[in-house]
Structure formats: structure tokens, C-alpha cells
Design a protein around this ligand. Structure first.
Ligand SMILES: *Cc1c(COP(=O)(O)O)cnc(C)c1O
Length: 385
């Protein structure tokens, strides 16, 4: 089976992990700070907090921004559930905005309409989580303008977009947001097995997130409420969690991160090839906006079902049977039973529903060979006709 995504682990990666295992610190050691610095140096944000997953990063981002019971968080209706669960963890209400069927990102027109309506009803969101679907950044400068007009904070769920660019900056620079979140799950751009990061330019948010990662405990005398009593002394000053990344994971991440540009270039080259090979088929290929460099975490096609004699289900099953490991990203969040019980209905998000009915993620990862890519295309051609 050719999978839809796959990690690439080199001998150098393995050596970095083994070296860590042979060192004094396998967690809470020097590699965390080093990896944080590697990332912030590259993407251009001031601060970075590594954690054990993007889900944890989203959670502490919401906590640091002060999201609570009286507050509301909005995100895209088509994302992984972590993009909205983070709001529920804080006891806040969540709501969704439908997507744009060309970019698969949050629809800015619908966002603006929803904001206008929320303003009249006095239910504006405190936080908007924008999702850079498949690795293509949302139009951040427009979203930033709206955030100033309507007074909400912005978290970029950049789980897909590590190594991507918006205008002249890497995603993660936080030029247009309060916090940006990366994921290092194996299917994403680079991996630490499990892991994530929260990036920011705001010192206060950085301080809050660094202690929330580790029980709400500080060892920094400047942050303490009482007198620093001596070298043994630490204080819990907030209610945090244990969301720490290990040094073993950070070693793998540092080694992987050296290749991030190379990976993203390989993904873009493969994507361009798909663009041309698939151009005659009854389907929509990904549309990338001007001034955006997608990291191409995913290559999602939308089937033109009106011009295909088969159902999407049959197509999907045939592709899998023939060894093409297609997948779907994602089931609209409001469609999940848990969210239905909260009163949501996917019919309120018609573009996300249409996307769900037509979308297929086809294999894309740096080491996908020319033969494998041809096989994917040939199989797709056969199955569609
Ligand atoms: C993968 C993913 C997450 C969660 O990442 P983890 O590191 O597995 O917690 C969150 N949001 C999006 C959009 C993702 O794709």
C-alpha cells in the first residue's frame, strides 16, 4: 500500500536519538531549548514553547490567552477536531465558520458576515483559530484586519504548514497572529513521533505558556510571588499540566528540522507533477493563492461527481484495494456525534459538507518515488473511468 503520508527517518536522526539516550538528560535537558531556538531562528518568531503535541499547544495557547467559561472560540468547520476541542477544554463555547471550496481554508466572506451578525447579538469570539489547511496559509493580513476591527485574538493552527510561507515570512513568524502552533506527528512535515510547538512574539504569552507546560511551576525568581528562598525553591503560580516534550523527541526534531526546506520543496515538486498529470481528469486540483508557498502537507482533490459514473465511496474503496492509500481530511467537525450533541449540524456548513462528499487526499510525502506517483495517477485514471 502506498500511504497518503509517511515519515522519513535518516541514519543521522537515529544517531541523534541514540546519542540522547546515552547522555545525562533524556527529558528536561538542553535539547528542548536548542530545538526551540532552531525553530524561532528559522521562522522569525521571538519565542517558542515545545510541548508533547499540537493538541497540547492549542490548549495552553487558549489558556494563556485567558479563554474561559464566558468566552467563545471560533474555528474552521473543516479541520481536525483538536482545532475546536481546545476551546472546550477551557470551558468556552465554540462555533464554526464554513470553508472556501477553492483554498479549503476558512471563507473570509462568511467570516466577515458571521462577525457582523455576532456583533449585533453581542456574541463575538475571544479567539479565532485559523487552520492552514493542507499547508496553505490563510490570508493572514485580512484576518489580522478583522481581528483589530472586532477585537479577537488569533491562533494559527499551523499543524500542516511547517516550512510554508505567507508573503515574505515563514508560517510561524506570528507577524499577523498572537500564537502559531506546529505539529510534529509522523504524517506531518517533520516529526518527533508525538510533539508540537507554540510560537509567539509576546513575552507575557510566552511566560504563561512555558509554565502551563509544566504544572504551572516556575523556578524563575522574577516570576515568583514570595521571596526566593534558595536553590531548592520553586513555586506553583498557576494551574498547569505536564505537557513536556522529552529530549529524545527534541533530538529527533532538531535533526529532522534541518531538512524542512528540502522536504517542502520535494512536496511542492511532487504536487506540481500531480497538477499536470491530473489536469484532464474530472476533478479539482488544489488552488494555491498568489504570494503563498504551501508546505503541501496534503494533496487533496475534489471529485467532479456530476461527471463520474461512480460514487465516491466506490472510488475510495477501489483505490485502497489497488494499493493506493487514499484518505480523507476531514469529516466536518460539526458532524461528529459529540458535536451534534452540543447542537451543531453539518448542514449549516454547506461548503464543508460538499468538500466532505468530494474530497480525497492522495499519497504525498518527500520520498514518494516517480514510479509510485505514476502508479497513483494511472490507478486513479482507471478507477474514474
Ligand atoms: C495533526 C493536527 C492537529 C493535532 O496534532 P497533534 O500533534 O497530533 O496533537 C491539530 N490540528 C490540525 C489541523 C492537525 O492536522
Amino acid at each position: 500500500m502506498i500511504p497518503y503520508g509517511k515519515q522519513d527517518i535518516t541514519d543521522d536522526d537515529i544517531k541523534a536519538v541514540v546519542d540522547t539516550l546515552n547522555s545525562d538528560f533524556i527529558t528536561q535537558g538542553p535539547r528542548i531549548d536548542q530545538f526551540e531556538k532552531d525553530i524561532t531562528d528559522k521562522v522569525g518568531s521571538k519565542y517558542g514553547v515545545l510541548v508533547n503535541s499540537a493538541t497540547s499547544a492549542l490548549h495552553i495557547s487558549c489558556m494563556a490567552l485567558g479563554l474561559g467559561k464566558e468566552d467563545i472560540l471560533w474555528t474552521s468547520a473543516n479541520s481536525f477536531v483538536a482545532s475546536s476541542n481546545c476551546g472546550l477544554y477551557c470551558g468556552a463555547k465554540v462555533s464554526f465558520v464554513d470553508i472556501d471550496l477553492e483554498t479549503y481554508n476558512i471563507c473570509l466572506k462568511k467570516l466577515e458576515e458571521k462577525l457582523l451578525e455576532a456583533k449585533t447579538k453581542d456574541c463575538l469570539p475571544k479567539i479565532l483559530v485559523v487552520v492552514h489547511m493542507c499547508g496553505q496559509s490563510c490570508d493572514m493580513s485580512k484576518i489580522k484586519k478583522l481581528s483589530i476591527e472586532y477585537g479577537f485574538k488569533i491562533i494559527e493552527d499551523a499543524s500542516h504548514a511547517v516550512g510554508g510561507k505567507y508573503h515574505d515570512s515563514y508560517v510561524g513568524s506570528c507577524k499577523y497572529s498572537d500564537i502559531a502552533v506546529f505539529s510534529f506527528h509522523p504524517v506531518k512535515i517533520i516529526t518527533t513521533a508525538e510533539g508540537g510547538a507554540a510560537l509567539t512574539n509576546d513575552e507575557d504569552l510566552y511566560n504563561k505558556m512555558s509554565i502551563l507546560r509544566t504544572h504551572g511551576i516556575t523556578r524563575d525568581p522574577n516570576m515568583m510571588e514570595n521571596e526566593f528562598e534558595g536553590p531548592w525553591y520553586y513555586e506553583q503560580i498557576d494551574l498547569g499540566l505536564n505537557y513536556r516534550m522529552t529530549d529524545i523527541q527534541a533530538a529527533l526534531g532538531r535533526s529532522q528540522f534541518k531538512r524542512v526546506d528540502e522536504y517542502v520543496l520535494q512536496r511542492n515538486n511532487l504536487a506540481k507533477k500531480y497538477d499536470s498529470l491530473l489536469s484532464d481528469l474530472p476533478l479539482q486540483i488544489p488552488m494555491i493563492m498568489e504570494n503563498i508557498y504551501s508546505s503541501f502537507h496534503l494533496y487533496v482533490i475534489l471529485l467532479d461527481l456530476a461527471n463520474i459514473a461512480k460514487s465516491k465511496k466506490d472510488i475510495f474503496i477501489s483505490l485502497r484495494e489497488k494499493g493506493v492509500g487514499v484518505n480523507l481530511h476531514y469529516i466536518p467537525i460539526p458532524m461528529h456525534p459529540f458535536y451534534k450533541k452540543l447542537g451543531f449540524n453539518e448542514k449549516d456548513f454547506p461548503n464543508s459538507l460538499e468538500y466532505y462528499q468530494k474530497a480525497i487526499s492522495i499519497p504525498l510525502y518527500p520520498k514518494l518515488s516517480e514510479n509510485e506517483q505514476s502508479y497513483v495517477v494511472e490507478t486513479l485514471k482507471k478507477v474514474l473511468t
